[in-house]
Structure formats: structure tokens, C-alpha cells
Design a protein around this ligand. Structure first.
Ligand SMILES: Cc1ncc(COP(=O)(O)O)c(C=O)c1O
Length: 385
């Protein structure tokens, strides 16, 4: 006799990524050498000054105790100072900043705080699955997807969106497409949210993972009135996905609701990690990326260039993304079939359908492999194709 899941859990679509993981593990067991472009998880280590800082902090007994679930005061202040330096935005560290256990939980918990069962939640298609699933479906809300299309630069047609939703998620630099936006786009999104009384959740997790001359804006730079909350994270900026530390900044009511939910569920991010936020964001002396971030970005940029050039030589049409470490590549036929073919050659790519219906016909590749492995993968692809 087993226990049935609650209805809301049964509403979740089958987890494609778990199926892929099974297939990949099977191949590994067979002894196939796998080159994995599947997961958006940096292969590079955390910069050593941050590791050394955290090691020291661990020795301080004060850091062994429960943190403040609202976020440690010094950490909230450091984030407010960073928003000033990086985006020129003034925020109140007491009322307008929350500390998260990675931005993922914040993106889901904001829905719990503000969306009632049956209300609509807008999210892009394709998109990071948390908005429609972990956020909307697990809140008994109704996820409504809107298309991101190549011909529109993967930006939504804001004016055509349903006006009766409670909340909208947008994310640039974008996972999975690598698309970026400018302040003019964010301004139009923000105006639309105010006009339609829709809560604006902006996922800026890749704000620092940008290339060439592109600088990612904050939605708070252009926010028109209340109702905007922005999410960010140390995960990608400092190769710290495994630590679980992020932040939310914005409208005081939204931050307060988010903190209220979190105070009932978790007890805050560990203090030694909260202190590492002060240290790492403190590396920014102004809007420019500090050296440790520049070094990191330079590695991803080189890999991006090698992989894009190689794929173009193989006949694929794809843009050089200005943000994120993802390449979003158009393929012939169903994306799962293409991914299966690649796996035969020991190469893991993520089928676009896993990010929504509009992801069909694409695959996503994360540049989390060395240049040498990328070149090897390109050679293998040349043989298979
Ligand atoms: C678009 C986007 N937002 C948020 C996250 C969550 O990051 P974290 O919870 O590590 O801060 C990810 C992780 O891959 C992501 O791709």
C-alpha cells in the first residue's frame, strides 16, 4: 500500500531532466566517456579568496547558530550597497532586501506569499521550469505561458499578454535562450505591470554572466511605482551553486510577504554564507566587474566562442549569446531525438522541449566544459552528423 501524492504534485509534468540523467548514467555504466553540456552548473571552482574567507568564518562559533530569518543586517546592507554601486539603485536594506537560500526558493516562495489558488501566473515559454511548476503549480495557481520567439529576439510581446494575471516572471540574461534585454524593454514591462496591476518578478540570476560590451540592467532601475521584486544569486557570478545563497530586492510589501513565508519554512541561509556575500559583493568598487568575476567570465567567453564557431562550421545557425553560459541551438527534428543521437556519441545536450513547447526544435548546451573537451565534442559531432 502506497500513498498517493497530493493533487498539486500530480499536476507537475514528468521531469524530463531526471529521464535524461537516467540515460546518461546508463551510458556511463557502459563505460562511455561523457562530455556533458547538459547542466547549468559551473565546472570552475569558487575563487580561492572566497573559499578562504568562508573557512575562517566557519571557525567563529557565532556562525554556528541560527541566522536571522530576515537575513543578517550586515548582509542586507552589503546587498543594498552593491545595488547602489552596480545599478545606481537606492534600496532600504531593512525593508527592501531579503536573503535567500539560493534564488530558486525565493522565486517559488514569492508565489506562495502573493498568489491565491486559481489565480494566473504568467511565465515565458521556453523558461527555467521553476516559475510555472515550483511556483505556480505548487501554489495551486494557474500557470499561463507566453512565447519567446527567435524572430523577436526571445523577448515577449508585452502588450499581447493576458491582463488578468496576478504575477509575471521575466528573466534576462535568459535561461535557456541566452537572450538579453535592455532598459527600454524593462521599462515597457514595468509600465505594463503597473497598468495591469500584475506583480513583476524579475529573475536576474545571470546579471554578471555577460560578455563583450553588454551590461545587464536591473528591473529596479526603471521600475515604475510599486510591485517589482528582483532575484539574484552568488551561484553563477562566483561559481557558488553548491553553497545556496541568493537575495531578493524590491518593493517593501513583496519583500515582507516573502520573508513571512520563509520565516515559517526555513531558518535562513547559514551565517558564514551570508558573510561571504559581504566579502564577495564587496569586491565591486563600482559598476565594473571585479577581477575575480572578469577572470571567470573570460573563461566562459572563450568557450562560447570556440563552441559557437565549431557548431557554425558544422552547419548550425546560432547567435553568440551576450549573456549566460547557454547556447540555444536550432536542430532538425524533435529535440529529444537530437539529444539521443548526441548521447550515442557521448555528448549530453538538453532537449529544448524540457523548457516548454516553444523550446521544441532547439537544444541547450551549457559551456561547462574545457576548451579541449569542447573541441573533442565538436570532432565527435562531426563524425555523427
Ligand atoms: C534563470 C535561473 N534563475 C534562477 C536560478 C537558480 O539559481 P540559484 O538558486 O542557484 O540562485 C537558475 C539556476 O540555474 C536559473 O537558471
Amino acid at each position: 500500500m502506497g500513498f498517493d501524492y497530493a493533487n498539486r504534485l500530480n499536476m507537475l509534468p514528468p521531469y524530463l531532466f531526471a529521464e535524461i540523467e537516467d540515460k546518461v548514467n546508463k551510458k556511463r555504466h557502459e563505460g562511455v566517456d561523457i562530455i556533458d553540456f547538459g547542466i547549468g552548473d559551473p565546472d570552475l571552482p569558487t575563487p580561492s579568496p572566497i573559499i578562504e574567507f568562508i573557512q575562517k568564518e566557519l571557525e567563529n562559533p557565532d556562525n554556528h547558530r541560527y541566522p536571522s530569518s530576515a537575513g543578517e543586517a550586515g548582509t542586507r546592507k552589503a546587498i543594498a550597497e552593491w545595488y547602489q554601486k552596480r545599478f545606481g539603485v537606492e534600496v532600504d536594506p531593512n525593508g527592501e532586501v531579503a536573503i535567500l537560500i539560493g534564488s530558486k526558493e525565493g522565486l517559488a516562495n514569492i508565489c506562495r506569499a502573493f498568489v491565491n489558488p486559481g489565480e494566473k501566473v504568467l511565465s515565458p515559454d521556453p523558461a527555467y521550469p521553476v516559475y510555472a511548476q515550483g511556483a505556480a503549480l505548487l501554489t495551486d495557481a494557474v500557470p499561463v505561458r507566453f512565447p519567446l520567439l527567435a524572430e523577436k529576439g526571445f523577448l515577449p510581446d508585452i502588450e499581447s499578454l493576458p491582463t488578468d494575471a496576478r504575477m509575471i516572471y521575466l528573466n534576462y540574461p535568459n535561461n535557456p535562450t541566452g537572450a538579453v534585454c535592455d532598459e527600454v524593454f524593462l521599462l515597457s514591462a514595468s509600465r505594463w505591470c503597473v497598468e495591469t496591476d500584475t506583480i513583476f518578478c524579475y529573475d536576474n540570476a545571470y546579471s554578471e554572466m555577460t560578455f563583450d560590451d553588454y551590461v545587464a540592467p536591473s528591473a529596479l532601475q526603471v521600475a515604475q511605482g510599486d510591485g517589482t521584486i528582483e532575484f539574484g544569486s552568488l551561484s553563477k557570478t562566483f561559481n557558488m551553486t553548491g553553497y545556496r545563497i541568493g537575495y531578493a530586492v524590491g518593493d517593501a510589501d513583496l519583500i515582507s510577504g516573502l520573508k513571512k513565508v520563509k520565516s515559517q519554512i526555513d531558518s535562513g541561509a547559514p551565517k558564514f554564507l551570508q558573510r561571504s556575500v559581504i566579502m564577495s559583493l564587496g569586491q565591486y568598487k563600482n559598476a565594473e566587474k571585479p577581477q575575480m568575476v572578469k577572470d571567470n567570465i573570460a573563461v566562459y567567453q572563450e568557450r562560447r566562442d570556440v563552441l559557437v564557431n565549431g557548431l557554425r562550421k558544422l552547419g548550425f545557425k546560432l547567435d553568440l549569446p551576450k549573456g549566460t553560459f547557454y547556447l540555444w541551438m536550432k536542430v532538425d527534428g524533435p529535440s529529444i531525438k537530437f539529444a539521443d543521437e548526441m548521447l550515442k556519441a557521448g555528448i549530453v545536450v538538453t532537449p529544448g522541449i524540457g523548457f516548454g513547447q516553444n523550446g521544441e526544435g532547439y537544444v541547450r548546451m551549457a559551456t561547462t566544459q574545457s576548451v579541449q573537451r569542447i573541441e573533442e565534442a565538436l570532432e565527435r559531432m562531426a563524425k555523427v552528423l
